[in-house]
Design a protein around this ligand. Structure first.
Ligand SMILES: [Zn+2]
Ligand SMILES: [Zn+2]
Length: 249
């Protein structure tokens, strides 16, 4: 409803550069010129975390990740207009821009995604109230339509976490430790007769975590850890943006 009203009231102009969109493109939020400026993350990269290969030695970024987290990929570098687009999704209430982000993220090749369920990274209750929606869930739903896969709200954030922006990689890991739990009851993935500590009855062979931005991977690793502890063996992840970390390129 809110989106329908938004569409009526807002002039059809690009949310990033404000040029008017043609009528044919008026359902979009971002114009073609702005989209083409988004810089794709490209190989060579670490096969696991998708970070460009380090110059020396093995990848440090994903060394401490839980074993279940197999592959993480991001669509574009978080800079310029791509950063503005994420900002619009998170802080300007422009939920519909998730479709523009998903158009790009849908091109990510992720072996195993064809049988996977998409799991958005959940927000804490307070953030959800403030924002009115979970941006990762909007992105997951938009991606699910393109990949024709289901969205499974399998995770709950059981602890509010401080904003990660100013933290070092180690501090980020500590900050999100124990932040997520698997919602067995609500999703019904655990067999009812199975004892509480048995493995989940998994309806999909893998899950794809969906988040808006990848910085050090701490959030995705922690979410994967919660799934792994619930018996999930294979976790993949996609994000729209990837932060540029000078230390890791
Ligand atoms: Zn534009
Ligand atoms: Zn890596």
């Amino acid at each position: 409803m809110r989106e329908a009203i938004e569409q009526l009231l807002l002039p059809a102009e690009c949310a990033l550069c404000h040029t008017l969109l043609s009528f044919a493109r008026s359902r979009r939020i971002v114009c073609d010129v702005c989209r083409h400026r988004w810089r794709a993350v490209r190989p060579p990269w670490c096969d696991r975390c998708g970070q460009p290969e380090p110059r020396f030695g093995p990848c440090r970024l994903c060394a401490a990740w839980p074993a279940a987290l197999r592959a993480v990929r991001s669509a574009v570098w978080l800079e310029g207009g791509a950063r503005d687009a994420v900002h619009a999704l998170k802080y300007r209430g422009l939920a519909r821009i998730a479709d523009d982000l998903a158009d790009v993220a849908a091109g990510i090749a992720l072996p195993g995604r064809d049988t996977a369920g998409l799991v958005p990274i959940p927000l804490g209750r307070q953030r959800l109230r403030e924002r009115g929606y979970n941006q990762s869930e909007r992105l997951a739903r938009a991606l699910a339509r393109r990949w024709q896969r289901p969205v499974v709200n399998l995770l709950a954030r059981v602890r509010e976490t401080a904003t990660q922006t100013a933290l070092t990689p180690d501090a980020r890991l500590a900050n999100v430790a124990g932040a997520f739990q698997v919602r067995n009851g609500e999703c019904g993935v655990r067999s009812e007769r199975a004892p509480a500590n048995s493995a989940l009855r998994i309806p999909h062979s893998a899950f794809v975590l969906v988040d808006d931005v990848f910085t050090t991977g701490a959030t995705l690793a922690e979410a994967a850890r919660a799934l792994e502890q619930a018996g999930v063996r294979s976790v993949l992840a996609v994000t729209f943006g990837r932060a540029i970390l000078p230390d890791f390129t």
